[in-house]
Ligand binder design. Structure first.
Ligand code: ADP
Ligand code: MG
Length: 581
């Protein structure tokens, strides 16, 4: 018998429920109020009282309202038919709604119940399998999806029956399996996964090592991220977090891209919905939306739904990773998620940690980032979830708890700097403070040595050193004045400006400049470093500046023209003449 209860207290979205039976932490319950049935999640249980956070407005709710407990944790429904969809944080289908705003008490089924999928079995009667193993395939948007044994199975099960290849709906039973106790279970193409804990059906989780090409130069060339890696983008309002994240989402070499728009402004979300269907994937030439799922919770949705949305997005990512796909997961912004945690914790009157965030904020963030990663699967092959989150610290203060705790766990740090954004040096990634820990990993270095170039990492460090040296000299020139520093200091400074303008700055709104393939990044890095290694003879610092301004102009035009085309080669020639003069 399901546990039942009655509302005895309401503080905003936090409802106290007197219960008549056992209730689990994080169990889902439904509160019936004024004809609506509102989904809620238990976040604390003390004695006969359960504290539930309601995923929607509690307007009009009364003491005495009936509560029914579902007997399971917050779960989502997974199966074919999710690609190109827009969901909210509870996986309601936003396309079925009139706007991005839900009607209260309305929950939609996230998949298409009627659509027929061509299912192809890959196991046969008598095969012994465990949770997560593949039993068949379905194609969706040119992507081969796997149908798996539900993760809930403990131990082994035996395939008793499996349907022949053919057209089936997601609700149609496709197999019967017998568990270790001899009970039969019917399997459909649908899985239900809990969102707040990781479902692990993989064999091994090694350190990630494969470069994930994003086409964004300050990332790929300077601070690379890897398939299954983690990174974060902190920056004050307007420094370009969303633009950078969208550039990565559009260009990165991934099979599936999941974008969690968490608590950002509603108009930005509407923009993504409007923009995405028109964009093409630079790798396949197909519609970008075919590989994308958007999870949108704007700041005007209740905090509880916002908190759930990042978990929903991560769980969808885990589902595709278990099929051997490369998933890229983006969350904008994880600060809004942390704020939702803070609001709930404050309502519960828990002892607050720094800046009133929950005491266990660091563990919550660490556990979340730990769900990303590169895995080897039981069925062979590998899958990955690369996670990149933005952090929007108030006033750009990087010493606040969300930034600090994220910094402890994310391996790549792309710090967006107000000063660079003000100077329109986009993307405003600070070249000195930002880092990628993957550059230090042996596995990654080996991968780069064989796939890009044996001396690539050395060149990257050379570039970083030159940027650092340039910055130091810029400070000296600022203090002492142009005339008071040696001429070769000017040269060193201008070399770092050349790197900055040509490699670090990239116009996200120019079709060519926005996407730089690795081959082209390699070419440009060599070109720029070769100039930097030369020792030019100048009469005075004005001459130095003039020379490098010219070089920068030519190289910037190269960035805007097709790689190695006629126009491009023209600039190569022009640059050569300038340098050899
Ligand atoms: P945030 O999300 O940090 O608040 P946005 O990503 O919305 O900031 O960026 C703010 C503005 O900065 C953009 O509207 C755009 O004009 C400019 N911008 C950011 N990155 C770039 C870029 N790479 N190229 C050109 N303009 C950019
Ligand atoms: Mg933004």
């Amino acid at each position: 018998m399901a546990t039942k209860g009655k509302v005895v207290g309401i503080v905003s979205n936090l409802v106290t429920v007197a219960v008549d039976g056992p209730v689990a932490q994080n169990e889902i319950c439904y509160i019936t109020t004024g004809g609506d049935r509102l989904m809620s999640e238990v976040i604390k249980v003390i004695g006969k009282n359960a504290y539930a956070q309601v995923f929607e407005s509690t307007r009009g709710m009364k003491v005495g309202d009936e509560v029914e407990f579902a007997g399971h944790l917050l779960e989502i429904t997974l199966g074919p038919g999710m690609l190109s969809r827009n969901y909210d944080g509870l996986q309601n289908d936003l396309d079925k709604m009139e706007s991005v705003f839900l009607k209260r008490g309305e929950y939609t089924f996230p998949l298409d119940k009627e659509r027929l999928w061509h299912f192809k079995p890959i196991v046969k009667t008598g095969d012994v399998l465990s949770a997560g193993r593949w039993i068949g395939e379905v194609e969706e948007n040119h992507q081969l999806l796997k149908i798996m044994i539900p993760f809930q199975f403990n131990g082994q099960c035996t395939v008793k029956e499996i349907v022949p290849a053919g057209e089936y709906t997601v609700l149609h039973p496709i197999a019967t399996v017998t568990d270790s106790e001899g009970n039969d279970h019917e399997i459909t193409m649908i899985q239900r996964w809990p969102v707040k804990k990781a479902v692990t059906c993989h064999k091994e989780k090694p350190r990630p090592f494969k470069l994930l090409e994003t086409g964004v130069r300050p990332i790929d060339t300077v601070n690379p991220i890897v398939e299954g890696g983690t990174g974060f983008i902190p920056g004050a309002f307007g420094t370009g977090k969303t633009v950078l994240q969208h550039a990565i989402a559009k260009q990165a070499e991934a099979d599936i891209v999941i974008m969690a728009a968490c608590g950002e402004r509603a108009n930005e979300v509407v923009e993504i919905f409007a923009e995405y269907p028109h964009l093409t994937d630079p790798h396949t030439g197909r519609k970008l939306s075919e590989r994308t799922i958007i999870i949108a919770n704007t700041s005007n949705m209740p905090v509880a739904a916002r908190e759930a949305s990042v978990y929903t997005a991560m769980t969808i990512a885990e589902y595709y990773r278990a099929m051997g796909l490369r998933v890229l997961l983006m969350a904008d912004s994880t600060s809004r998620w942390a704020q939702a945690l803070r609001e709930m914790s404050n309502r519960l009157e828990e002892l607050p940690g720094p800046d009133a965030f929950p005491m266990d904020l660091s563990a919550i963030i660490a556990n979340f980032y730990a769900r990303a990663g590169y895995v080897y699967l039981e069925d062979g092959g590998a899958g990955s979830i690369t996670f990149i989150g933005t952090v929007s610290p108030a006033g750009g203060n990087l010493k606040e708890p969300v930034t600090e705790n994220t910094k402890k766990v994310a391996r790549c740090f792309y710090a967006l700097e107000q000063e660079r954004a003000d100077k329109k040096r986009y993307p405003a990634v600070n070249p000195i403070d930002s880092y990628s820990k993957y550059l230090e990993y042996d596995e990654f270095q080996e991968y780069i040595a064989t796939h890009i170039a044996p001396d690539w990492i050395e060149k990257v460090y050379e570039l970083k050193t030159r940027m650092l040296r340039g910055k130091e000299i810029a400070e000296q020139i600022n203090i002492l004045g142009d005339d008071s520093v040696p001429l070769d200091y000017h040269q060193t400074f201008w070399k770092s400006e050349l790197i900055d303008f040509v490699i670090l700055q990239q116009d996200a709104f120019d079709a060519i400049d926005a996407v730089t393939p690795m081959e082209r990044q390699h070419y440009m890095l060599d070109l720029i470093l070769n100039i930097c290694r030369k020792d030019f003879q100048f009469g005075d610092f004005v001459e130095v500046a003039e020379f490098f301004r010219k070089a920068i102009n030519i190289c910037k035009q190269m960035n805007y023209s097709g790689f190695q085309g006629e126009e491009f080669e023209g600039y190569v020639k022009e640059l050569k003449e300038l340098v050899e003069k």
